[in-house]
Write a protein that binds this ligand. Structure first.
Ligand SMILES: Nc1ncnc2c1ncn2[C@@H]1O[C@H](COP(=O)(O)OP(=O)(O)OP(=O)(O)O)[C@@H](O)[C@H]1O
Length: 292
């Protein structure tokens, strides 16, 4: 099924590509990824969806070189990744990964030290580090928290610091592993505003999430992974049109699609209502649910 949308991607360039990638954890009977092939298009907001354990986090760890494929290859702008220290350091400046659990990300004792950690590792001049850290603190609304020990922060605050840690490195590709997990409505909204700014400034984004409503409203492109393989990809409206297939994977569809399907069934039972009118209405409603 993936092949039917592949032509749409040919025009644009790919930032990061997985080609027939396989990865099995030591001691695990099943591969986490098997023959995974996908390309992340430059400049897009991409969503990665799939059941628990389908391989999303593993894909991210391969994307920034923390893991090396056991089969196949990963390419950055058409070139196979190299796994020597210098190449990995260069890759990790370009590919920023925000972990699902901020505890995995935060390494220093205060917020300011944490944000400067990656830049210090790069050996940048002190004044440049101070300038970039200062800008990130303001951009991510962390001014009040700057001297706070990171272990005193709320989960939402820790998540914000994790994102600042990564964005201060000015990556070209931002990988977000379930960024809205455990966030309340207000903090989810704040995060989405921030992501819009980041994307508008030119960063390609790939977000793994179980929130299909968010995927529909936000993403330009959706990857569906099952048992370590890409099984479907496309624009959100095309992907979520495959309701039966997504139900079989126990993923379902965004609420707006469920509601529209129910209304369509009721509509078609009314002889005086035209199906073409419903199609217009459906499209209007679906457009309303996109953030733009
Ligand atoms: N360190 C590990 N050792 C052994 N097996 C692992 C390890 N990490 C992940 N796995 C297994 O690899 C498979 C893929 O896991 P992964 O964390 O990539 O899935 P996921 O799609 O991110 O899941 P979730 O949606 O629950 O976060 C799962 O079967 C998981 O049990």
């Amino acid at each position: 099924m993936a092949a039917q949308f592949w032509w749409r991607l040919r025009d644009g360039s790919m930032l990061l590509e997985f080609e027939q990638v396989g990865y099995t954890y030591v001691g695990s009977p099943q591969p986490a990824l098997q023959g995974l092939t996908l390309g992340i298009p430059t400049g897009k907001r991409c969503a990665l969806i799939g059941q628990n354990g389908c391989g999303k986090t593993t894909l991210f760890l391969l994307a920034n070189g923390l893991y090396k494929p056991q089969q196949g290859m990963v390419r950055w702008q058409g070139k196979p990744l190299q796994y020597d220290r210098a190449s990995l350091m260069a890759l990790r400046q370009r590919v920023g990964l925000v972990f699902q659990d901020p505890e995995q990300q935060l390494v220093a004792s205060t917020v300011e030290e944490d944000i400067s950690y990656g830049l210090c590792n790069l050996g940048l001049p002190e004044d440049e580090i101070a300038q970039r850290v200062g800008e990130a603190i303001v951009a991510f609304g962390l001014t009040e928290l700057v001297d706070r020990p990171v272990h005193h922060l709320s989960l939402g605050q820790k998540k914000r610091v994790s994102l600042a840690d990564v964005m201060v490195m000015q990556p070209e590709l931002l990988l977000l592993d379930e960024p809205t997990a455990y966030l309340d409505r207000l903090h989810t909204r704040d995060l989405m505003v921030k992501l819009k700014q980041i994307w508008t400034a030119g960063t390609t984004i790939l977000m793994a999430t179980h929130d299909l409503d968010l995927v529909y409203s936000w993403a330009d492109w959706v990857f569906v992974v099952d048992q370590g393989k890409l099984v479907l990809q496309g624009a959100p409206q095309d992907v979520f049109a495959h309701r039966d297939f997504l139900e079989k994977l126990h993923l379902g569809v965004p609420q707006v699609f469920e509601v529209l399907d129910r209304v369509e069934a009721a509509w078609s039972s009314q002889a005086e209502l035209y199906p073409s009118d419903f199609n217009l209405l459906r499209q209007r409603i679906l457009n309303e649910f996109r953030q733009g």
